[in-house]
Design a protein around this ligand. Structure first.
Ligand code: ADP
Length: 254
């Protein structure tokens, strides 16, 4: 028997199949304009890719902002709860999750069973999120995945604006005035680091600290944050799938 966890986020839709012990298949596609259409496409392609029989799926749990649009799920669970259970499944010693996704960032404190002790979420604007980095990478004419390598070793340029629209103009002006892409990339990551640090400071960061969401793939940002918080921050290859993994773990136990 299997469970499926599906996390339809603002930027990416992620889904996994769980056999009670391991994640046996995973898939991610862009969410695009319709969470419902992308959720259905993702579900179908995950089943096709894994070749498992639909009759062996005991539960499908949906999470993420698009979960309300999914017609085929058995349960809906909040992202906060799913991230908690997903982190606990990956490493039972995780006590803090810092998640930076496409449109929001959150800090979640967990107890020893992966239950939520406290959390704080910033979903008011794109400042400090993946979408912010995508816009800035576009202004720098690079891919968002290159920001870390490009910024490494550079002296961070001070970026004053946090609002995505103003920061984009500031980046364009900085380039026009001769600032290097390297220093701007480092400066942008420093500004996200400061913003995330202020969110984390309000909830506290107990070790182990885990970094999740698509932005956790940015190694330089993880290093900046580790240094600023004074704790080691761990992550995993599966970190962007944390919500989907938690949803599948919850589904398997239902
Ligand atoms: P959501 O759940 O809101 O859709 P995700 O957690 O899936 O968000 O993260 C999406 C974000 O991840 C994108 O906005 C992008 O900025 C960031 N991202 C994706 N791949 C990378 C990468 N290789 N390096 C840095 N950031 C990345």
């Amino acid at each position: 028997m299997y469970s499926i966890g599906i996390d339809v986020g603002s930027v990416a839709a992620k889904a996994v199949i769980f056999d009670g012990k391991n994640v046996i298949a995973k898939k991610m596609i862009p969410t695009g304009w319709s969470p419902k259409e992308s959720g259905i496409a993702l579900y179908n392609s995950l089943l096709e890719h894994s070749k498992i029989d639909k009759n062996n799926i005991r539960m499908i749990v949906g999470t993420g902002y698009g979960r309300i649009a999914l017609p085929f799920i058995d349960h809906k669970v909040t992202e906060i709860t799913c991230h908690g259970k997903g982190a606990h499944y990956l490493d039972a010693d995780i006590r803090t999750v810092i998640d930076i996704g496409g449109q929001d960032s959150k800090v979640i404190r967990l107890d020893e069973d992966g239950n939520i002790k406290d959390f704080l979420m910033n979903d008011k604007c794109a400042a400090g999120t993946g979408r912010f980095l995508q816009v800035m990478a576009h202004a720098l004419e690079i891919d968002v995945s290159q920001l870390s390598d490009i910024g490494r070793g550079a002296e961070p340029q001070n970026i004053n604006s946090m609002c995505t629209v103003f920061a984009e103009s500031e980046v364009i002006s900085l380039m026009a005035s001769g600032a290097s892409k390297e220093s701007i990339a480092a400066g942008l990551l420093q500004s996200i680091c400061k913003k995330t640090y202020s969110l984390v400071s309000r909830v506290g960061a107990e070790s182990k600290v885990f970094f999740s969401g698509g932005v956790s793939k940015n190694l330089l940002l993880r290093e900046y944050l580790s240094e600023k918080l004074g704790v080691e921050i761990i992550t995993s290859e599966q970190s962007q799938f944390l919500g989907a993994i938690g949803a599948a773990v919850i589904g398997f136990k239902k």
